[in-house]
Design a binder for this molecule. Sequence first.
Ligand code: ARG
Length: 595
Amino acid sequence: MLRIAQALETQLRKAMQRAFPAAWDATQGGGLDPQLAPASKPEFGDFQANAALPLAKPLKQSPRQIATAIVEQLQSDTGFTALCLEPQIAGPGFINLTIRPERLAAEVAARLGDERLGVPSAKNPSPVVVDFSSPNIAKEMHVGHLRSTIIGDSLARVLEFRGHPVLRLNHVGDWGTQFGMLITHLKQVAPKALDTADAIDLGDLVAFYREAKKRFDDDEAFQTTSREEVVKLQSGDSLSLKAWGLLCDQSRREFQKIYDRLDIRLSERGESFYNPFLPAVIDGLKQTGLLVTDDGAECVFLEGVSGKDGKPLPVIVQKSDGGFNYATTDLAAIRYRFAEAPEGDAARRVIYVTDSGQANHFAGVFQVAERAGWIPGGARLEHVPFGLVQGEDGKKLKTRAGDTVRLRDLLDEAVERAEADLRSRLQEEERSEPEDFIHHVAGTVGLAAVKYADLSQNRITNYQFSFDRMLALQGNTAPYLLYALVRIAGIARKGGDLDVAADQLQFSEPQEWALVRELLKFDAVIAEVEEELLPNRLCSYLFELSQVFNRFYDQVPVLKADVDALPSRLALCRLTADTLKAGLGLLGIATLERM
Ligand code: ARG
């Protein structure tokens, strides 16, 4: 109902201008905000305007007098009377607004023929970078990266749906001193890998990393060689680069398996990409006078952020040994993304999806970029933080043996459990289904459950991972939402023609109206997610919509409805299905016809 809300806003402002011309002129309209909001309760109608209360003092009238004057003006506006029933003044002076039923029905009709389901395309599309997933080469992609991957993908989908050009960037950790020991280890244990193409499958890189680390910690000679190896790599030695490339490729293949399973698209632009741009960061900071040499390191002291000793904290951009930091790379990336990237690749908004542990890092980097003048006017840098994934015991998620949980295993287990649930349900219902059906449903439900469980939490809070909860058919879960869609597909299978003509919609039952109103909220929800970057808002909405639909479907006959009511009810079913599918699609969740 975004468009309706906008129309109402305009009508209210005009009414206020006519009711209080002096006050309007004095503030050039600025002081007369109608304070339009969705109705706080369904019995109050669709919207309420709360302007009268705060205006009582400046206008020296009672809120009810003010509300009455506004309503009088509204009622003389034919645009308004065509849109709304007579406004009601409630309590101390709230103006309750109810949209005319025929206008709501017309909105439903319009959405039935609209692929975008009423969601407008952005008027000013502006290029966005979503920097997400971003695991580290040769290390395990852990549940934190899973959260980043799922949340980042969903935000990217919403922004894409709104019509913004989105660049999905995988800022993988593919550079740094750890490569010294990895390459040294590789050269010693698998020298063949370096001169024969595809000679060797490095297998489990995480185990490889562990071995290298152990040697690094235990063996001084290995340590020295590793340090020399870092220098070689940084100076572009071809054999070192080759070894580095092999390690990256191996990791990449492992990451890609996860992305394929989760249906995630990402372009890799790892830390190493920004290497050529690092010296310019230091030069740029020098020129702006922000750079300070402290204890041999080059840094920028932050404003308004101090450590325990009360002294301002630094962002170190170059260590005393000349090496650069994680922060330096992020500064180079900001400059690149805003200014240096080739046409079609430069952003106006950059969104970073990482755990909240990196909040200080980003706050520091953003401040330095801002003070250095590297953020163009109107451009936005946003850190989208999320909390930890915990086990059901409230502690960091671990396997029973105490190891970090491998993503592969976690996804496998979700699917296995979904399959077990399905098989026992089929048995209970005395249904028999072919094996490929069972695998398809279990695969879809398992992954949907993992994604939805993550997305439906407010991302800022820590979240407790529970297979039982996420796979339940009841509650705010993926299976519950998928089941609503299955019910609607069932109506079509039983002969309900969901492709009804949209011209003669009429609704009478309160359950129908409740569903109409819920359906019409979709556009506003999407606008909110785009702005606040909180996918859980979309999840709550889809859950609410499924509940309202189920109430409607349980309480009002659909297939057995009178001929007059049938097309309108089928139309509601169809729009519900379209909206759920679109919404789940924006969460990266595939849907089912039967389950
Ligand atoms: N590789 C980092 C990690 O695993 C995340 C990188 C996030 N993106 C960035 N531009 N710093 O924690």
